[in-house]
Design a protein around this ligand. Sequence first.
Ligand code: SAM
Length: 283
Amino acid sequence: MIEVFDEGLHSGVNLALKVNKVLYRNKTEHQDLMIFENNRFGRVMALDGAIQITENDEFIYHEMFAHVPILAHGAVKRVLIIGGGDGAAARQVLQHDGIDLTLVDLDRTVIDLSREYFPTVHGGAFDDPRMTIVVADGCMFVKETDETWDVIIIDSTDPEGPGEVLYTQEFYTDCKSCLTEGGIITTQNGVPFVQADELKNSYDRLGTLFTDVSFFMAGIPSYVGGPLAFGWATNNPALRTIAVETLAERFEAAGITTEYYTPEIHKAAFVLPVYVQKILTGE
Ligand code: SAM
């Protein structure tokens, strides 16, 4: 057994996973990267001791991260992923026809090793001509670009280490300026039960920039402490309250394959439990 969560953000809670076999362990230029086999989760990648992805439950996270904003928007042409160097969110985005995708990850080694060790997770996304890969700090990228996107997916590590900048007011402000009108930002916002501050900080920061800020949730077995929250920010409030029938039509028309996402789950995911609502209102 090894501890894959240390103190800090998840203070007081640890997830222990059996390491059946270590496939890779080394320091990249930016992070400590470990890939190992676990008999329940399949191949697992951890960065700085925190699980990033597991082969067997990643579909829940990445289907929700990609299909919720794309199907709610309904006319997405360009998607930007910040982080997501494992290629899994990219694979889900690229299930949709006619989308031009840019992926910006800080760590070239994460991309290279994901390509080698997680073929079913990226599903060939790295070689898809519709995707442009940029190795750069996401914060600097959105500050300097003059391009715009309909959906920005911030698939980052937690707000510690290199991912910390991806939760700042400055970064969110720069993301807003490269979003098309009515565009949507979604974020990886941690598990509210153990990362309440992270949720509240993003809610308050995004709330100064967008008229509609909320979260949608999904239970993902490898995230310890309960369901994970994805942040949602847009200036078009109608996108969050879209009818399930409309989502069902778009889902059907998109012809995508899912193992978790359904239009009904999409709608239900925005219904927040009382304890989460209280975190947001500061009660
Ligand atoms: N599902 C994961 C989680 O819950 O933490 C996120 C997975 S994805 C592998 C996270 C990626 O964010 C990593 O590949 C890491 O290199 C990238 N990353 C961290 N800080 C970054 C930054 N400042 N700019 C761009 N990418 C960053």
